[in-house]
Design a protein. Structure first.
Length: 133
């Protein structure tokens, strides 16, 4: 197996794909904000999720929120197989961002993010776990 579990760029929450990328230098996961917005808003249409994020981002900027500043842009693979710059955030930023989206999925999603972080910590302690599915 050449791909370690920790380097998989797609993860699943309640059947929905969430793109992510591991930053070796910072030892942090970065997740696609639009994918997370899609989950929280129960939106299967990428364009509608993107519009929601754009509106929320503008509102947060106008309120002087630092959350938007904490989001980075990285190239992630899209459904068409091409790589595009995408807003991404680490878990800490996402946990704060989720509070801005009224959603019944917010709490289950927070718990899921904690689980993803815990699994990564376990892989760092025992690298063999990265190879197990």
């Amino acid at each position: 197996m050449s791909n370690k579990k920790s380097n998989k760029q797609i993860t699943i929450f309640e059947g929905q794909k969430i793109r992510r990328i591991w930053n070796e230098e910072k030892e942090l996961w970065y997740f696609s904000v639009i994918d997370i917005i899609a989950v929280l808003t129960d939106q299967n249409d990428f364009k509608k999720a993107k519009t929601y994020w754009t509106t929320l981002k503008n509102r947060l900027k106008n309120e002087g929120s630092q959350l938007v500043i904490n989001c980075d842009q990285l190239r992630l693979q899209s459904a068409d197989g091409k790589f595009y710059k995408t807003d991404v955030a680490d878990v800490e930023t996402l946990l704060r961002l989720i509070q801005s989206v009224p959603s019944p999925k917010a709490e289950p999603f927070k718990l899921w993010l904690v689980k993803v972080g815990y699994e990564r910590m376990q892989e760092m302690v025992d690298p063999e776990k990265a190879f197990k599915d």
